[in-house]
Structure formats: C-alpha cells, structure tokens
Design a binder for this molecule. Structure first.
Ligand SMILES: [Zn+2]
Length: 236
C-alpha cells in the first residue's frame, strides 16, 4: 500500500468502535484531513500519545479501503504542559477552534502561525488573551485586512476618534461610521497595535492591563464572527 508522510497538528477527534479514534488533522502538505487510528485507545497502544488534540508530529498515512489510516507517528511536541494550566488550556482550545473553522486547503503560513501560538502558550509566560489576539490579528492580516493604520479606511481622513466598522472589517472616522460601527477606545487601539507589532517570541514582555486588552479581545472575536460567520469560544 502506498503511504504518505505529512507534518500535522491534531485539531479534533471522535471515539469510534471500541478502541479506534477518528482524527481531524491540519497538515502542512494537504490541509485539513480526516484519518483513523486503529486500536489507539487501548491501554498499551503504541500510538496513544499521538491521538490527543494539540499533538504536532509527522504522521505516516496509508490509504485504506474506507479511510486514511495512520500507521505511525513521530511526535514532535504534544504540548503536554498546556493541560496543567486551565487558562492556557482554554486559550489553546480557542486557537485550535479558530483554526478548525477556517482551515481547509493547505496553508503553510497558517500552519506555522498555529505552531508558534501553541509553543508560546505552552512555554512562555504570556498574559491571558495575548496569544489568541496575536493569532487572530495574523489571520485578519493574511485575509488582507490592514486595519491598524492611522487613516480612515473609507475616506482617508486622519483618525482622531476611531470606530471599528464590522461590516467592512476596518477602522473608520466619525463621519464614515455606520450602524455596524463601534467606537474604539485609545487603550484598545494601542493594545491591538502593540500586539500586532510584537512577535510571539516577545509577547511575554508586554503587560498592558486595564480595559484595553479586554476590549481588544472582544473586538477581534466579534470581527472573526463578522468575517467568517463562525463564533468562537468564550474565554473566561
Ligand atoms: Zn472617513
């Protein structure tokens, strides 16, 4: 049987039969794929450490009669420490949830972005929300929305008071605001800008505090709903 090897992240899973598991992978080479792992829920299963969400590894896949079957996995990182910290765990679930909703075709940039987000959450001491904020900002950037400039995206006027127009996904001035626009506080705008301009490696150096960072997450989550039609899990 022909087999292929892909680098992938486990982004979902369902238990089937007595000991099997059906996994959703986001792979670097083939995008989102469904694969099955046979007998993987057994006590002594060789591949059992590779069946959990967040696992990042090299999966060898064979084309079975009814589905693609994983025959071996080289785990690169299972981000195990995430499960020891409930806040980080939920935020990582948020990242995977966002990925699951937008991933279809192969997308190397999105793949790398996800690994960076999980690594940062797992190994760095970064304040709550910053990693998922950064992840969402990168996704909007990749979609072509550059909404953190200093000019109104509708008329080009220099921005003093800023409104976020959810129907177009950009920032506008008071004169161009519509029913779908909400005012952005200075603290929220600075938070978004700082998060956008800071690499994952340096996110641990930022400590914003205050309402700005809460507003930033709320704006990004709401914008994600407007852009994709999917809501994302509520962070607490
Ligand atoms: Zn304007």
């Amino acid at each position: 049987m022909a087999s292929t090897k892909v680098k992938a992240i486990v982004i979902g899973g369902t238990n089937v039969k007595e000991k099997d598991k059906l996994l959703t992978l986001f792979s670097l080479e083939d995008g989102k794929i469904s694969v099955s792992m046979k007998g993987v829920r057994g006590e002594k299963a060789k591949l059992k450490s590779a069946k959990e969400v967040f696992t990042f590894g090299e999966f060898v896949i064979e084309e079975g009669k009814y589905s693609k079957i994983v025959t071996s996995v080289d785990v690169i990182d299972n981000f195990y420490a995430l499960s020891a910290d409930i806040e980080k765990y939920y935020e990582a679930c948020g990242v995977i949830d966002v990925l699951n909703k937008i991933a279809t075709e192969p997308n190397p940039q999105l793949f790398i972005e996800t690994i960076k987000a999980l690594k940062t959450l797992c190994y760095e001491d970064v304040k709550k929300y910053y990693v998922i904020d950064k992840f969402l900002l990168s996704i909007f950037g990749a979609m072509g929305y550059g909404f953190l400039g200093d000019k109104c995206s509708s008329c080009g006027a220099k921005l003093e008071k800023k409104y976020f127009n959810y129907s177009i996904g950009e920032i506008v001035c008071p004169a161009c605001r519509t029913m779908q626009s909400e005012e952005i506080s200075g603290a929220c705008y600075s938070a978004l800008k700082l998060l956008n301009n800071t690499d994952y490696d340096n996110l641990h150096t930022i400590k914003l505090g205050g309402l700005g960072e809460v507003q930033a997450y709320n704006l990004l989550a709401k914008n994600f709903e407007y852009r994709t039609g999917f809501s994302i899990i509520q962070l607490v």
